[in-house]
Design a protein around this ligand. Structure first.
Ligand code: PEP
Ligand code: MN
Length: 359
C-alpha cells in the first residue's frame, strides 16, 4: 500500500468511512472469500477481522491468534484493503505492528478497564497508528471519554470512537441498547473525534441492521462498521448478526444520505420558520415548568406545616396514568412521556425536599 493510502485510512473527508469484514478470522479460505466478496462491491474502505476474541464465556471460540496474520497479509496484497484488528493488550499491539496492521481497535470489554486502555496507550506511544475505541459495555460515558484521553495523551493523533451499544438487562429488541443520547453527548464533548456506528453489535441480528445504519447516517455519524461473512450461518462467532457480502452491498445501496445543509433558499426559509416555532415552544415549556415548580414548592410548604410525606404513591400513579392517557391521544409514545414526567417529578421532589430542610 502506498504512503498516501495509509495516511488516508482515517481521513473522514470522504465520509462516511465504511468498515466491514468478519467478526473473527476463522480460516484462510473464509477470510479470503469474504474479502473477495467485499472487494467486488467496491464499497469498503477498511477490512476488519478479529484475531483475538474477548468472549464473555470460557470455552467459546477465542480467535485463531497469530496464525491469522498471513491470511490478512494476503487480503492486503491481493485486494489492497487496509486492515483493522482488535487489540486488548500490549502484546497484541506489538504483533499487529509487526504484521503491518493499519488501524487498531479497542473492544467494548477493554474500554471498561483503564489499566488495559493505559497499557495499549503506552504500547502505541511514539507509533502514531490510528486507533478506534468502542464504547464500554456499560453506559458510562466517562470510561469512553477517559479511554480517548489516555490515547491522546500518549500522542495518538488519529483516534476515532465506535458506538456499539450498551448491555442492558431486559433489553430484547437489541443485543446492546443503542442509547443514542450517550453517543450524541460524546460528540458534543469531542466534536473533532470521528464517530463510527457499529450496527452489528447493537442489533445482534441481521434484520435490524439496516434501520440502525440509516439512523446513524441521519445522525451524521462519520462511519459504519458492519460485520460480513462469506457463510454467516456457520460463523464461529456472532453468526446471527453477520451479513453475506452481497447482503451487505444491498444494505449499503438502500441507505439514503441526506445533506446537513440546505442550499435551496425557499426551503431554508421554511426551515428557519419551523425552527423559530420550535425555539418559541421550548421557551414556553420552560416557563410553564417554572410555574409548575412554583406550585410544587407551595405544596411543599403545606406538607412541611402538616408533617406530610413528600411522596404519595397514589397521587404519583394518578399523575402517570393521566399523562400517559393524554400522550397517547396526542400521538406521543408512552416511553417518552413516562421519561419526561419522571424527570419533572424528580425535580419537584428535590425542590420540596429543599423546603423540608429549610430551618
Ligand atoms: C467485535 O467487534 O467483534 C467485538 C468483539 O465487538 P465488541 O467489543 O463491540 O463486543
Ligand atoms: Mn463480533
Amino acid at each position: 500500500m502506498t504512503e498516501d493510502t495509509i495516511s488516508g485510512i482515517l481521513d473522514f473527508s470522504k465520509r462516511p468511512l465504511i468498515i466491514s469484514g468478519p467478526c473473527s478470522a476463522e480460516t484462510e479460505k473464509q477470510v479470503m472469500d469474504t474479502a473477495k466478496g467485499l472487494k467486488d462491491l467496491d464499497k469498503v474502505d477498511l477490512f476488519r477481522a478479529g484475531i483475538w476474541k474477548p468472549r464473555t464465556y470460557p470455552g467459546s471460540f477465542e480467535g485463531v491468534g497469530e496464525v491469522g496474520f498471513p491470511w490478512l497479509k494476503r487480503v492486503k496484497e491481493e485486494y489492497s484493503f487496509p486492515l483493522t484488528v482488535e487489540v486488548a493488550k500490549a502484546k497484541h499491539v506489538e504483533l499487529c505492528l509487526e504484521n503491518d496492521i493499519d488501524v487498531l481497535w479497542i473492544g467494548a470489554r477493554s474500554t471498561t478497564n483503564p489499566f488495559v486502555v493505559q497499557e495499549i496507550a503506552d504500547a502505541i506511544s511514539g507509533v502514531d497508528i490510528p486507533v478506534m475505541v468502542k464504547n464500554p459495555i456499560n453506559p458510562d460515558i466517562a470510561l469512553w471519554l477517559g479511554a480517548i484521553e489516555r490515547l491522546l495523551k500518549s500522542g495518538a493523533s488519529r483516534v476515532a470512537a465506535i458506538h456499539r451499544g450498551f448491555s442492558n438487562l431486559g433489553e430484547k429488541y437489541y443485543r446492546n441498547s443503542p442509547q443514542w443520547q450517550i453517543a450524541i453527548e460524546f460528540r458534543r464533548q469531542y466534536p473533532d473525534i470521528p464517530l463510527i456506528c457499529d450496527p452489528s453489535h447493537i442489533c445482534g441480528r441481521r434484520e435490524t441492521i439496516f434501520e440502525v445504519s440509516q439512523k446513524a447516517i441521519d445522525l451524521r455519524y462519520d462511519g459504519l462498521m458492519i460485520e460480513s461473512h462469506i457463510d454467516p450461518d456457520h460463523a464461529w462467532s456472532d453468526a446471527s448478526q453477520q451479513l453475506t457480502p452481497p447482503a451487505f452491498g444491498a444494505l449499503m445501496d438502500r441507505l439514503t444520505y441526506r445533506t446537513e445543509h440546505m442550499d435551496d433558499p425557499p426551503i431554508q426559509n421554511e426551515l428557519e420558520m419551523l425552527r423559530n416555532n420550535i425555539d418559541n415552544i421550548d421557551e414556553t415549556i420552560i416557563r410553564l415548568l417554572a410555574n409548575r415548580m412554583e406550585i410544587s414548592r407551595k405544596i411543599g410548604h403545606y406538607k412541611k406545616e402538616n408533617n406530610v410525606t413528600i411522596f404519595q404513591s397514589k397521587r404519583w400513579n394518578e399523575i402517570i396514568n393521566r399523562c400517559v392517557k393524554l400522550a397517547i391521544q396526542e400521538d406521543l409514545s408512552e416511553e417518552f412521556i413516562i421519561n419526561y414526567i419522571k424527570a419533572v417529578h424528580d425535580e419537584s421532589i428535590d425542590q420540596q425536599e429543599n423546603i423540608m430542610n429549610e430551618d
